[in-house]
Design a protein around this ligand. Structure first.
Ligand code: 5CA
Ligand code: ZN
Length: 405
């Protein structure tokens, strides 16, 4: 489907380093080096209701930074993102508010596009709605069934984790390293159904959900139904990117079960690893708890910008955090960033022509696990030192941090 418009990224002289980024699976920082000619990234997209809150924005900004670093290193980038535009909570919200689920998803996706544009986040090359991939997903479940890596329970189908482990380059826990008790708890909390009778293993995730009354469903060889969650991301990645992708990204709430089983499905279907690096952004909290749709403690990007907040000030709040930390959104942070933006703009108002020591510093700082926090501090320091802004400083801040002064 339609992505959103691409902000201009100024060309900078020379080249930056290939970025390094924390990999959840190997528990260390790895160089995010592409295997083929282009770096590839899939970032798990929104379930389009209650978007875009600051937590979403923070996660997409983290991978925007990674992509800007790849581009600065002279690499080509292939970027794919989905929307989970059919899923239980979205359908529940549509029922509760008397809105058609398709309309809710379309409105929220539109709002998300507008918010990403105002935050100057680079768009994916392919922005894929799950509802546009239902038949490919049903086919993939059919392949798993044939291989005896999937099995039915009533009119639903599940992934057989043990069978996949025995045949595919994947083992449960390879990505998250969680123990079984933690996996069971997280599965119950995050859309799984460990207590359902008839499953071969309590952790086995749903691949296809047979039609229920009032639920959206699609005809398929599996019977009428709709896709499970993890298989959507696996099928979209395998269709549009070469395996293994360089980076699979998302918030830490996706470490388990989502990315564990996305990796399992890809391995079982393609016989290849899903990703070289599994990267996770920390969660943004508000009023003491994780900002989440189920709790309703949300701060929306569109609400702030409609109230006259400069989107660059929102971006600066996010850039001033380390993406892997969990942190809490406050009005004080926004006020600080609004002031910072004013200082940066005043400094940039009368630039002199010339090269930039800042560019060298930013290229030394940001590629080390996306240290935008360190970059913001370096810019503050430079301005405090009384140095005049150069045109190259301004281009570097725009290209690497996405802040146009
Ligand atoms: N559609 C699925 C992924 S396939 C999903 O998780 N949708 S979501 O709307 O709940 O979240 C979209 C993205 O924002 C995910 O990468 C998720 O990890 C991230 N996210 C959600 N809440 C927060 C938060 N409070 N802080 C940071 N990131 C968050
Ligand atoms: Zn996903």
């Amino acid at each position: 489907m339609k992505s959103w418009s691409r902000p201009k990224v100024p060309r900078l002289p020379g080249k930056g380093e290939v970025p390094q980024i924390w990999d959840t699976a190997s528990n260390r920082v790895l160089e995010a080096t592409p295997v083929g000619d282009a770096a590839s990234i899939y970032v798990c997209g929104i379930t389009p209701y209650d978007s875009t809150h600051i937590g979403h924005a923070a996660t997409y900004l983290a991978y925007d930074t990674l992509i800007r670093l790849w581009l600065d290193a002279g690499l080509k980038v292939k970027y794919v993102q989905n929307t989970t535009d059919v899923d239980d909570p979205l359908i529940e919200r549509a029922h509760a508010t008397g809105v058609d689920w398709r309309e809710l998803a379309a409105d929220q996706t539109d709002r998300f596009r507008g918010d990403m544009e105002s935050l100057r986040i680079l768009p994916p090359d392919h922005f894929v709605a799950v509802t546009d991939r239902v038949s490919a997903i049903a086919d993939a479940v059919g392949v798993l069934l044939q291989r005896d890596i999937a099995y039915p329970v009533d009119s639903d189908y599940y992934f057989d984790s043990a069978a996949a482990s025995a045949t595919a380059p994947w083992h449960l826990g390879d990505e998250s390293h969680f123990d079984r008790a933690t996996m069971l708890a997280l599965s119950a909390e995050r859309g799984g159904d460990p207590d359902r009778p008839g499953k071969r293993d309590a952790l086995d995730p749903l691949l296809w959900r047979g039609a229920r009354d009032g639920d959206p469903s699609w005809e398929s060889a599996l019977g009428a139904g709709r896709p499970g969650w993890h298989i959507e991301c696996s099928v979209i990645v395998s269709e549009l990117l070469d395996l293994p992708i360089t980076v699979q990204g998302g918030g830490v709430d996706l470490i388990f079960p989502h990315h564990e089983f996305t990796a399992g499905h890809t391995a079982a279907l393609a016989g290849e690893h899903h990703a070289a690096i599994y990267s996770h952004a920390g969660l943004v909290a508000y009023e003491g708890e994780k900002m989440s749709k189920s709790r309703g403690n949300l701060v929306f990007v569109s609400q702030l910008t409609a109230g006259g907040i400069d989107p660059r000030a929102i971006r600066l709040v996010l850039l001033a955090q380390h993406y892997r930390n969990s942190w809490e959104w406050t009005d004080a942070l926004l006020a600080q960033s609004t002031e910072r933006l004013a200082r940066w703009e005043a400094w940039a108002a009368n630039p002199v022509e010339g090269s930039s020591t800042l560019l060298r510093r930013l290229r030394a700082i940001i590629p080390r696990d996306l240290d935008t926090q360190g970059a913001v501090a370096a810019i503050d320091e430079l301005i405090e030192s009384g140095a005049r802004a150069t045109s190259e400083d301004i281009a570097a801040i725009d290209a690497l941090l996405g802040v146009a002064l």
